[in-house]
Ligand binder design. Sequence first.
Ligand SMILES: C[S@@+](CC[C@H](N)C(=O)[O-])C[C@H]1O[C@@H](n2cnc3c(N)ncnc32)[C@H](O)[C@@H]1O
Length: 248
Amino acid sequence: MADQLPPHHRGEKFVQALFDRIARRYDLLNRVISFHLDTRWREKAVRAAIRTSDRLILDVGTGTGDLALTAAPTANKPGGTIIGLDLSLQMLRRAREKSRRRSAHATRFVLGSALAVPFKDERFDVVMTAFALRNIPDLPLFFRQANRALRAGGRLVTLDMFPPPDSIFARLYALYFYRLVPWIGAGIARERGAYQYLSDSVRTFATPEAIAELIRSAGFRSVAVQKFFCGAVCLHTAEKPEPLQPPG
Ligand SMILES: C[S@@+](CC[C@H](N)C(=O)[O-])C[C@H]1O[C@@H](n2cnc3c(N)ncnc32)[C@H](O)[C@@H]1O
């Protein structure tokens, strides 16, 4: 039944089962489909996200841990920790294996939901996500959870794919991403349905401006958008405001 619903309404159980199925081939397919650009975009997100003074960082929808592991060298100092949170145990298994292989001692991986972030209020310096927003069924709730988990002055950084604005590039992109990518998913991962879902989740996603508005509505300020790849990939950054001081 969930297969019939638009991508953003299919719910966490559907998403979890899908990522459990594709976990084994997920990294390989990312590299192939994006021509290796995905690693470059994550590096840009980390440069925008992390400051040397940050100690505790949360990567929501961490999957196989690529964003957390990209951030690990920056956060790798005494007391520095990056926690990767995800619904899918199979994705987290890969993340833990990769973290062990790379001796990324600052990373930890935790099973849990973006809609009920399992940490106390005001703990994190940064909450970040890469390519996870399109799968989260209730984005206003997620942005409120991110706001709750951040300390005052902490930063939200989200990287994701968006339908590019109409142009020749957008038409070529549509041909490639919406038509060809599901077949690449079928060829490499034997999972045409999962990669059809991922294509559809981009095709039907909100505009970057609408996401910026949701972030603002959750209580963030200084919301900014950087666009890459003719607008097909966008990085949102925002800050949780410091509480107002009573007039002295
Ligand atoms: C496309 S992958 C992105 C993984 C990784 N961030 C990256 O850069 O490759 C999306 C991940 O978000 C996770 N996810 C989706 N919805 C979630 C939710 N509501 N709570 C926690 N994780 C979620 C999925 O299980 C999946 O591992």
